[in-house]
Design a protein around this ligand. Structure first.
Ligand code: FE
Length: 350
C-alpha cells in the first residue's frame, strides 16, 4: 500500500524542461560542423563567441549554444519554468538555500534568467521568457505541429533531450534537484546501504531530464548532453554517417536498462561526450511512482540492457577534464578533418 493521503508530499511541477544548453568548445567551427553537417541542426544566430543551433523539433528558437573556450565543458544548463509564478517560487527556494547567483540579462532567444549552481558547482539557469523559431516560408513544414521542415543534412536529431552531470556527492545533488526544483527520482544506483552512485530525475514525465553520476574528481563537470532521435533506424543511420566522417565512438549502439533508452556515445570535435538517443524509453505518469533501486548485484544490468559493456573511462572522463588524461580529448583527427572540409567549403564559395 502507498503512504496514506496526509503524508504524501504535494508534488511540485514548476520546471517544464531542459530548454537550452551551453557547450564550451576549443574548436567552435569544428563543433558547429559536427552538429550541423552530421546531426542536421540549423544555425539560428551568432553573437560574440557563440553560435546558436536548433533541432527541427526543438520547441524554442534554439536549444544549443556553442561558445569558444580553451577547454571543453558546459556553460550552463537552462531550464524553463512552467509559468512566471513557478519561476518566482523556484527563485525564492534556490535563493533561500544559498546557491543562487542572481539574475542574468536576456540573450539571443532567451529572456532574463536566474543563475544558480548545484551543490557540485554545475552552473544552471531557469527562466520563463523565450523566443520561438519563426521560419522563412521555404523552411516551414507542411506538418502544422512541426515548426521547421526536417533538414536534409546528415541524420537530423529532433531535439535536446537531457543532461548528465558528474557529481562528487550524488545524494546532495539529487536532494537539491528534488527539494529546490521539484524533480522526481525515477531510478537510482545505491551501493552498499546508502552510497548513491547515480540518480536519474524527471521534471515532468520523461524518464529523466537530468542524471547525476558519481565523480571521483573535478567538480561541476559535464558527463554528457543528449539529443533525441526517437527512432532506432535514425540512430543506426547516424552511426553510419558519423563513422564515415571520423567521429570517435565511445559506446553503443546499445540500450540502457535504466530509462530503457537506446544510445550511442560519441565525442564531438571539441572533446565533449554527446549521447544520441534512439527510442527514448519510458514515460512516468504514475504520481506515486516508487523510484527503481539498482544495487551492486544488478548494476551491470542497469547500465547495459543489451550491447557491449561501457569502457572504464565512461566513469571517469568528463569535461573539463581534471588531471592528465589522454582519453580522446580533444579528438584531433576529427577536428582536423572538419577543418579541411570547412576550408574547402569557404574556398569553393570564393
Ligand atoms: Fe544520458
Amino acid at each position: 500500500m502507498n503512504a496514506s493521503a496526509h503524508d504524501f508530499p504535494e508534488p511540485i511541477f514548476d520546471v517544464a524542461d531542459l530548454s537550452t544548453f551551453e557547450l564550451f568548445s576549443p574548436v567552435v567551427d569544428e563543433t558547429v560542423w559536427f552538429f550541423t553537417n552530421l546531426l542536421g541542426m540549423i544555425e539560428t544566430a551568432r553573437s560574440g563567441d557563440s553560435v546558436f543551433l536548433r533541432g527541427y523539433e526543438d520547441p524554442y528558437a534554439h536549444s544549443l549554444k556553442i561558445t569558444h573556450r580553451e577547454k571543453p565543458g558546459m556553460g550552463y544548463a537552462g531550464w524553463r519554468a512552467t509559468s512566471p509564478q513557478a519561476l518566482e517560487r523556484r527563485v525564492e527556494a534556490i535563493d533561500r538555500c544559498g546557491l543562487g547567483r542572481g539574475w542574468v540579462e536576456g540573450e539571443v532567444g532567451v529572456g532574463p534568467a536566474y543563475e544558480f549552481t548545484t551543490p557540485d558547482g554545475s552552473v544552471q539557469r531557469i527562466n520563463w521568457e523565450v523566443e520561438y523559431y519563426r521560419p522563412e516560408k521555404d523552411q516551414r513544414s507542411v506538418v502544422l505541429n512541426r515548426v521547421q521542415r526536417r533538414p536534409l543534412s546528415g541524420v537530423p536529431v529532433r531535439a535536446l533531450d537531457h543532461v548528465n552531470l558528474l557529481s562528487r556527492d550524488v545524494t546532495a545533488n539529487k536532494r537539491f534537484f528534488a527539494e529546490q526544483l521539484g524533480f522526481k527520482l525515477s531510478e537510482h544506483i545505491v551501493l552498499g546501504d546508502d552510497v548513491e552512485a547515480g540518480a536519474w530525475l524527471r521534471s515532468m514525465t520523461r524518464s529523466h531530464d537530468v542524471a547525476l553520476v558519481k565523480d571521483a574528481g573535478g567538480g561541476g563537470r559535464l558527463h554528457h548532453v543528449a539529443f533525441l532521435y526517437g527512432n532506432t533506424q535514425h540512430l543506426i543511420d547516424a552511426c553510419d554517417v558519423l563513422t564515415d566522417h571520423g567521429i570517435e565512438f565511445e559506446a553503443g549502439p546499445a540500450a540502457h536498462a535504466i530509462s530503457q533508452a537506446q544510445f550511442i556515445y560519441v565525442f564531438e570535435p571539441g572533446g565533449n561526450r554527446i549521447e544520441l538517443v534512439g527510442t527514448p524509453g519510458y514515460q512516468v505518469t504514475d504520481p506515486s511512482w516508487e523510484p527503481v533501486r539498482w544495487a551492486q548485484d544488478t548494476i551491470d544490468d542497469a547500465i547495459i540492457w543489451y550491447g557491449s559493456p561501457l569502457p572504464a573511462e565512461f566513469d571517469t572522463y568528463g569535461t573539463p577534464h581534471s588531471g592528465p588524461t589522454a582519453y580522446r580529448t580533444p579528438n584531433r583527427y576529427v577536428a582536423a578533418e572538419a577543418g579541411m572540409i570547412l576550408r574547402a567549403d569557404s574556398s569553393a564559395r570564393g
